[in-house]
Design a protein around this ligand. Structure first.
Ligand SMILES: *[C@@H]1O[C@H](CO)[C@@H](O)[C@H](O)[C@H]1NC(C)=O
Ligand SMILES: *[C@@H]1O[C@H](CO)[C@@H](O)[C@H](O)[C@H]1NC(C)=O
Ligand SMILES: *[C@@H]1O[C@H](CO)[C@@H](O)[C@H](O)[C@H]1NC(C)=O
Ligand SMILES: *[C@@H]1O[C@H](CO)[C@@H](O)[C@H](O)[C@H]1NC(C)=O
Ligand SMILES: *[C@@H]1O[C@H](CO)[C@@H](O)[C@H](O)[C@H]1NC(C)=O
Ligand SMILES: *[C@@H]1O[C@H](CO)[C@@H](O)[C@H](O)[C@H]1NC(C)=O
Ligand SMILES: *[C@@H]1O[C@H](CO)[C@@H](O)[C@H](O)[C@H]1NC(C)=O
Ligand SMILES: *[C@@H]1O[C@H](CO)[C@@H](O)[C@H](O)[C@H]1NC(C)=O
Ligand SMILES: *[C@@H]1O[C@H](CO)[C@@H](O)[C@H](O)[C@H]1NC(C)=O
Ligand SMILES: *[C@@H]1O[C@H](CO)[C@@H](O)[C@H](O)[C@H]1NC(C)=O
Ligand SMILES: *[C@@H]1O[C@H](CO)[C@@H](O)[C@H](O)[C@H]1NC(C)=O
Length: 751
């Protein structure tokens, strides 16, 4: 857990516990404390800066270039014995900085903690105190653990970071002030309360429309990985109702206006199957990750797989990282496929389809020695350049591919695929190769057009099916909206193909190829989908936009809030200012190659560490089920305990599953900008389940006719402060007023 406080409002006391060490100053005034060394890199640092606007003394000023860091090393090992946490003051214009604790003995390190995930108001007018509790580090709440810790790093992001630090110290103990963090109404007669420290929740009184309401039952849990220490469920003697709800104890109160009911119903008779493969991710971290989140399909994908050499397990990062070869991050493919499938997840594997793959783990395409005039060089490998002139245009002439690559072709692909002891269920033919002349300009500098892309998909699909007779093929894994309709060659390429937009043309060609080949060569039309609206500001307006832009997945009346919605269409599609993604793709399939399934092998929340990213993900998983997507894998690996991981947990965590069939939901008031409601049932109408995502900043109250009353398993995450997450069993006493708190996603499954 992390506490954010103003110095002046320091409510946490760092006190001395008898058995432990004293607090240890690392930096207080003018200089590092004795025993501490400056191990920083690529940064301008002044340890006696006097220019911080909000201080009278000195502080550390830091100006780090891309990925560079202020790094402080203890000459001895501070470890964790005796230290409860790290405290420091920071000042800056929301600097893009992350911190982590490291061991120079074995090079292990703590998770990297982005400042933005722990404090969102860092500014240049007032110092903010950050206190990291070693027993529960963000973002997961996992303890730092014992280690030979001796180094603390503050690392800038891709554009570097400029900020000031002061009063850096290791604190010997952290006294957690008892506090009720949130208390919120949920379901028909339950109050969910999150607390830290030693709190007596029986002091919490409940008043509904000025009348006291009795609490008839109280149960509590201490989930290890919850953002709060303890969560309580209080059962009320009467159902919640519209009006004023006050939850108050001696020094804190939570007041809500419970809104008028919104009418809706479910129609259990109207249901259709949900593909189990919509709950996928790219590169799960472990078998337990797959099992804990219920990940049904795991993809081996991304830009680096284009150059992946399966015989040597080495790859090239392309323009993601200075065109450098490296050892693949995920080991040999067959081992990966084995453990993924062993954990009950299907494997979706990318087969490279250009003419080269990485030849070793060390070469790179643009050495400074050969191309001195480049825009940027790897801060960690000064000789490796970014392949661009300082003015941003591509280095010419293109390097000789054989410097870093070895030839690749369909016979080598066959040798590899037939050798697999644990073949994947699905293969994708390469990854976003329509933009290879950019992402892999060193390997394939010529823009790829319609014909080349089709030829590569056909050649590799034929070989994949010949090598692995039961494998299914997904292609062309197109990166984004623009390239759904045209190629890197440009509109002359459309013109050369009767002005037929790319994806419909591709589908029709694959249909024709089935006739020739005597078998289907495309099982899934595979696309990547990244939301076009810009939510990077992450302020209230951006959060609201993030939460409503899920409508682009299904709603023909949702004009995209991006260039797609405002520009003249660059394609020949109907209703082209709406993305209307899933029905649009299903319609293109029906028109051009019926029977093809739809997969979305990359999509993202736009904010993996923000609660709204988690709510968006819960909304999307509901939409994928309802709209009949056949497979989907999140890009990239959601943090298991972060907001996006929580959305997977909500639907699939620890063996509790959203049902196999989607049930029709009818809402009298269409308010999908702020509300998502998804229902499901297993065969025979069993295990009726409702997931409700309240995307609004106020509670919502729903009448859901046909949702039976009785015992339910309740699971939820979110809340006003994004602190509540857990699960319990409740009795739904009525379906006429089901409350979901602000910014919260609930899962209710009939028991
Ligand atoms: C600390 O290290 C950085 C990076 O090497 C260097 O630029 C800076 O001058 C050093 N500062 C001091 C006071 O040694
Ligand atoms: C940080 O360093 C960069 C590169 O040296 C420089 O351009 C920039 O002005 C510096 N920023 C500040 C606030 O000093
Ligand atoms: C600046 O930071 C202080 C302390 O962290 C905070 O109280 C204040 O609200 C912030 N101001 C702005 C304008 O964000
Ligand atoms: C860490 O070390 C302390 C004392 O050396 C020990 O009591 C504790 O159990 C260790 N914790 C872990 C997680 O190994
Ligand atoms: C609120 O009251 C409780 C119980 O009296 C007390 O333990 C706690 O410290 C108080 N919290 C604050 C923030 O004052
Ligand atoms: C909540 O309502 C109570 C009673 O009306 C009032 O005393 C209290 O100040 C209110 N608290 C907040 C946080 O608005
Ligand atoms: C419809 O939903 C919107 C958004 O939640 C809400 O503001 C409005 O009051 C609702 N109208 C009715 C009639 O329930
Ligand atoms: C960019 O710089 C290179 C090398 O100096 C030059 O050949 C090229 O014409 C420049 N491109 C543009 C667009 O100015
Ligand atoms: C693929 O490359 C291998 C090794 O260079 C070569 O033996 C083989 O003939 C090539 N296959 C095709 C289809 O070009
Ligand atoms: C596809 O395979 C055919 C037949 O082997 C070959 O002539 C053609 O060059 C291949 N196309 C691509 C783009 O590799
Ligand atoms: C109180 O709630 C818990 C958790 O739901 C449940 O196990 C227990 O039976 C309830 N007790 C009573 C008296 O209802």
């Amino acid at each position: 857990m992390l506490f954010k406080l103003l110095k002046a409002q320091l409510v946490l006391l760092a006190t001395l516990a008898c058995s432990s060490r004293a607090d240890q100053d690392i930096y207080v005034d003018d200089a590092l404390s004795s025993g501490w060394e400056n191990w920083s890199w690529s940064s301008d640092i002044n340890f006696a800066a006097t220019d911080a606007p909000a201080t009278t003394g000195t502080s550390i000023s830091v100006n780090s270039s891309a990925w560079a860091a202020l790094s402080l090393k203890d000459e001895s090992i501070f470890g964790t014995a005796g230290f409860a946490g790290l405290k420091f003051d920071i000042l800056g214009a929301k600097p893009d900085v992350s911190f982590y604790i490291q061991s120079t003995t074995d090079n292990s390190q703590s998770p990297s903690i982005a400042l933005s995930t722990v404090a969102d108001y860092i500014n240049t007018t007032a110092w903010t105190t950050i206190l990291l509790d070693f027993s529960a580090l963000p973002p997961t709440g996992a303890p730092l653990g014992n280690g030979t810790w001796d180094r603390i790093n503050f690392q800038g992001g891709a554009n570097g970071a400029v900020y000031h630090l002061d009063n850096i110290e290791l604190v010997s103990s952290i006294v957690i002030a008892p506090e009720i963090l949130s208390a919120e109404p949920i379901a028909s007669n339950t109050i969910a309360v999150t607390t830290q420290g030693d709190v007596d929740v029986s002091t919490l009184s409940v008043t509904l429309n000025s009348k006291a309401v009795k609490v008839t039952n109280q149960t509590s849990y201490n989930p290890v990985d919850a953002p709060s220490k303890t969560i309580w469920y209080l059962t009320l003697a009467q159902a919640l109702a519209p009006g004023s709800l006050v939850l108050s104890s001696n020094n804190v109160s939570f007041n809500y206006t419970l809104p008028a009911v919104q009418y809706g119903s479910i129609t259990t008779g109207n249901s259709k199957p949900i593909s189990p493969l919509i709950y996928g991710v790219n590169f799960p971290t472990s078998a337990s990750y797959i099992q804990n989140l219920g990940v049904t399909i795991s993809r081996w994908g991304g830009n680096a797989v284009t150059a992946f050499n399966p015989f040597l397990s080495v790859t090239n990062a392309g323009n993601d990282w200075y065109f450098e070869n490296r050892v693949g991050d995920d080991g040999p493919v067959d081992d990966w496929s084995a453990w993924v499938q062993g954990a009950n997840s299907q494997a979706m594997m990318t087969v490279p389809a250009l003419d080269w793959v990485s030849k070793d783990s060390t070469s790179y395409s643009y050495p400074k020695t050969e191309y001195p005039d480049q825009g940027a060089f790897d801060p960690y490998k000064a000789d490796a350049g970014n392949g661009l002139f300082p003015n941003g245009s591509y280095i010419t002439p293109s390097p000789n591919q054989a410097n870093v690559y070895t030839p690749w072709n369909t016979s080598l692909a066959k040798t590899w695929l037939t050798s697999m002891a644990h073949p994947p269920q699905i293969v994708t033919i390469d990854n976003e190769i329509e933009i290879a002349s950019n992402t892999h300009q060193d390997m394939h500098p010529i823009p790829i057009g319609y014909d080349e892309e089709l030829a590569r998909v056909l050649n590799y699909s034929i070989i994949a099916k010949a090598s692995l007779p039961s494998v299914q093929v997904a292609a062309p894994s197109t990166c984004a909206w623009w390239y759904y309709w045209t190629s890197s060659v440009g509109f002359t390429d459309n013109a050369a193909h009767n002005n037929i937009d790319f994806l419909p043309w591709f589908l029709a060609q694959m249909k024709a190829a089935e006739k020739t080949a005597g078998q289907r060569l495309l099982d899934f039309l595979d696309i990547h989908y990244y939301y076009a609206p810009d939510t990077s500001a992450n302020d209230a307006a951006a959060k609201a936009l993030r939460l409503r832009m899920t409508r682009s997945l299904w709603d023909p009346s949702y004009v995209d809030e991006s260039w797609i919605g405002t520009s003249a269409p660059q394609n020949h599609q109907p209703n082209a200012n709406a993305v209307w993604l899933i029905p649009r793709m299903q319609q293109l399939i029906a028109q051009n190659y019926p029977g093809t399934k739809l997969s979305i092998s990359e999509w993202s929340s736009t904010a993996d560490t923000d609660i709204t990213g988690g709510l968006l993900t819960a909304d999307v998983l509901g939409i994928f089920g309802r709209e009949g997507v056949d497979a989907a894998t999140y890009w990239a690996t959601p943090d298991e305990k972060g907001p996006v991981g929580l959305a997977y947990w909500l639907y699939r965590g620890y063996g509790t599953f959203f049902p196999a069939n989607s049930v029709q939901v009818n809402l009298a008031n269409r308010s999908e900008d702020v509300l998502g409601v998804y229902a499901g049932a297993n065969s025979g109408g069993k295990d009726i389940t409702v997931v409700i995502i309240n995307k609004d900043v106020n509670p919502v109250g729903l009448y859901l006719a046909n949702v039976p009353t009785g015992k339910y398993f309740l699971r939820h995450f979110g809340g006003d402060a994004g602190v509540a997450k857990w699960q319990t069993t409740i009795t739904l006493t009525t379906n006429q007023y089901i409350v979901v708190p602000a910014y919260t996603s609930v899962f209710l499954q009939q028991q």
